[in-house]
Each structure stands twice: as structure tokens, then as C-alpha cells.
Design a protein. Structure first.
Length: 209
């Protein structure tokens, strides 16, 4: 049995994760919303257990390795994700956001106050450091995700924020890669195939008129 076959056999109901969508590498908030997607019409949640959520946070350097989340912290992460999703969707569609989503992001920000400090080592240059004060590492991670949401919505990347146009795909992306509009090659192939099919059907309709 090959390694791939073995890993597929060990998790028969979980599809392979998609490659990161453009922009996820620089925006953890965007990566967060893309952890809840649909595959073939079925919802897929990459953060459905405390263990998977802890792995995800550590992989993005939002917490250290080896963290364990309790049920309330996992619920807090899910609630923040829902709020960020709503806010990013509002930015993409131009619709007014629900006030509860704004409140949720502000709550995550105020739960972990930030202190700025100056560092100036001998022979070096002055630099600014920020320290997020919170009792629990998860609160610091939620603060960073909320802070990145504000940067994304209020900064230059807001213009590049877009929804993947592939049918059945729920992922968001930043259009930072030239004219690329979809979240991954798999979706790009599906969009192109759908357009090709639509053109052929339109041509067939014309010829039968
Ligand atoms: Zn997509």
C-alpha cells in the first residue's frame, strides 16, 4: 500500500485539503474563513475538533506547538470565524454588515490589550515591538486574527478581496496574482469547463433557432 492510499484509508470521509487560496499566505484572517468550505456540496470544517484547531493555529504561528483548546475556546474561534466571514462577504458584495460581526471582532481585540515598547540595543537601530497581553494563548491568537481582519478591511488589500467564482466553492481570495480569479487550479479548470459548456450550448441554441 502506498503512503497516499494509507492516509486516504485512515480518513475516508475527509477530502484532501485544498492548496491555500491566493492571499492566505499574508492574511491569517482570510485563511481562517477558508477553513470552512464546501466540497461537492458537503460542508468541510478544518477546525472541527480542538486538536485540528490547535494544529491550524500553530501551523500559522498564531500559537506555539502543543497548545490544547477547551470547548469554550474552540467555540470562540468558530464565532470569530463566522463574524470575519460575514464581514469579508459584506466587503465583497457591498452589503451592510451585521453589527454583531463588528462587535465580535472588537471583543476579540479588547480581550487582549496591546502594549507597544521601544527596543534600542547597543550599536543597533531603534525598533517598535508590540506585546499582546492575555492570560491564554488562544486569546492572543484571536486578537491577531481580529487585528488582521481590520487591516484587511481597511487597507489596500480590501480592493483585491474576491469570492472564488467556481460553482459550489465557498472560498475567498485576494486577486494578487495578475488576473487570476479563482482559489486554486481545480476551481479554475471547473470555471473554464463551465464557460466552454455555456458557449457550446449558446452556439447550439443559435443553430436551432
Ligand atoms: Zn474555489
Amino acid at each position: 500500500m502506498t503512503g497516499n492510499a494509507r492516509s486516504a484509508a485512515s480518513s475516508p470521509h475527509r477530502p484532501e485539503p485544498l492548496p491555500p487560496a491566493p492571499g492566505e499566505e499574508r492574511s491569517p484572517a482570510l485563511a481562517l474563513v477558508n477553513t470552512l468550505t464546501t466540497r461537492g456540496g458537503t460542508p468541510v470544517d478544518e477546525l472541527d475538533t480542538p486538536r485540528r484547531a490547535a494544529r491550524w493555529l500553530a501551523d500559522r504561528r498564531l500559537t506555539d506547538d502543543g497548545l490544547s483548546l477547551d470547548a469554550a475556546e474552540l467555540d470562540g474561534l468558530h464565532r470569530l470565524r463566522q463574524a470575519v466571514r460575514g464581514l469579508l462577504d459584506a466587503a465583497v458584495t457591498g452589503r451592510a454588515p451585521d453589527a454583531r460581526w463588528v462587535e465580535s471582532v472588537n471583543r476579540a481585540l479588547s480581550a487582549a490589550p496591546v502594549t507597544a515598547t521601544l527596543a534600542w540595543p547597543a550599536g543597533g537601530q531603534p525598533s517598535r515591538h508590540t506585546r499582546v497581553a492575555a492570560d491564554r494563548p488562544v486569546a492572543r491568537a484571536l486578537h491577531r486574527l481580529a487585528d488582521d481582519t481590520v487591516s484587511l478591511l481597511c487597507g489596500p488589500d480590501a480592493e483585491a478581496l474576491a469570492a472564488c467564482p467556481a460553482d459550489g466553492c465557498a472560498r475567498l481570495l485576494l486577486r494578487t496574482h495578475g488576473r487570476r480569479q479563482w482559489c486554486c487550479t481545480r476551481c479554475g479548470d471547473r470555471v473554464r469547463a463551465a464557460r466552454h459548456y455555456a458557449r457550446r450550448r449558446a452556439a447550439a441554441d443559435l443553430s436551432t433557432d
